[in-house]
Design a protein around this ligand. Structure first.
Ligand SMILES: Nc1ncnc2c1ncn2[C@@H]1O[C@H](COP(=O)(O)OP(=O)(O)OP(=O)(O)O)[C@@H](O)[C@H]1O
Ligand SMILES: [Mg+2]
Length: 232
């Protein structure tokens, strides 16, 4: 059986994002630094586990670092809500432009703990998200393990559109595919999937383009990569 034959169907739907206020969440502005509430952090933001007071929903609240301009964060909000996709992290609530900035997402897991059975399907999900944004002339620019989240049903979701932007030329898309390829290689190496890197020369034929702009779609890449591993 081919590795993707039992992939989950894309039944996950994006919720309708709603404008909210920072004070609509428990802890917001009060004790946001308590360690148990911190789900993660990156160069631009911290993500806290918080609760939407009115609905009681638990959310992952992404708040930009103080040094990070709110206008740039507003761009991330605009971009994310314009790109609804079953494999892009859905926005539940977001701040209004000019207000104290945040985005509330569902609380999700990390790709780091995922085992070898679930990994190919999750990577295919992420590849579909990348192809979807590329089809809308957008490049993510930061495809890496930390920016891939996983839900309870083992679906992969691409997150962190903090530095995503409009593609200027065809070659811009290649960076996302190469970042995906590098991420896949690191993850499969970690799981020792079929001695992933033993035949580096053959693998690089799948990974790297003959000419700039020559790369396959993300989905074709992931499919080719696992077919290649299957054949070893
Ligand atoms: N919905 C979520 N559920 C659980 N944890 C999350 C969620 N969203 C983000 N995180 C965690 O918070 C971290 C930082 O979030 P994010 O990548 O969006 O911030 P960033 O500052 O833009 O990161 P980067 O340095 O990659 O630009 C993620 O790597 C992840 O560990
Ligand atoms: Mg990140």
């Amino acid at each position: 059986m081919h590795i993707f034959e039992d992939c989950k169907s894309d039944t996950n739907t994006n919720s309708d994002p709603q404008i909210a206020q920072f004070d609509d969440f428990e802890h917001a502005g009060k004790t946001p630094n308590i360690a148990s509430a911190c789900l993660g952090s990156g160069s631009y933001a911290v993500v806290y586990r918080e609760r939407h007071i009115r609905t009681g929903e638990e959310v992952a609240l992404k708040v930009p670092n103080r040094a990070f301009p709110n206008a740039t964060f507003d761009d991330e909000i605009r971009l994310l809500i314009a790109l609804p996709h079953p494999h892009i992290v859905p926005v539940l609530y977001h701040s209004a432009p000019g207000e104290r900035a945040f985005i509330a997402f569902p609380v999700l897991g990390s790709i780091q703990g995922v085992g070898r059975t679930a990994l190919p399907g999750i990577l295919m999900d992420v590849a579909q998200a990348i192809d979807y944004i590329h089809g809308r002339t957008t490049v993510h620019c930061d495809v890496k393990e930390e920016n891939v989240l996983v839900d309870d049903g083992h679906r992969g979701l691409l997150g962190d559109f903090g530095i995503a932007r409009r593609a200027q030329k065809a070659i811009d898309y290649d960076k996302d595919i190469l970042d995906l390829a590098n991420m896949v290689t690191r993850l499969t190496l970690r799981l020792s999937l079929k001695h992933a890197m033993e035949t580096t020369a053959e693998l690089s034929a799948v990974l790297y383009p003959r000419r700039p702009g020559d790369l396959t779609s993300a989905e074709q890449f992931i499919d080719g990569y696992f077919r290649f591993l299957d054949s070893l």
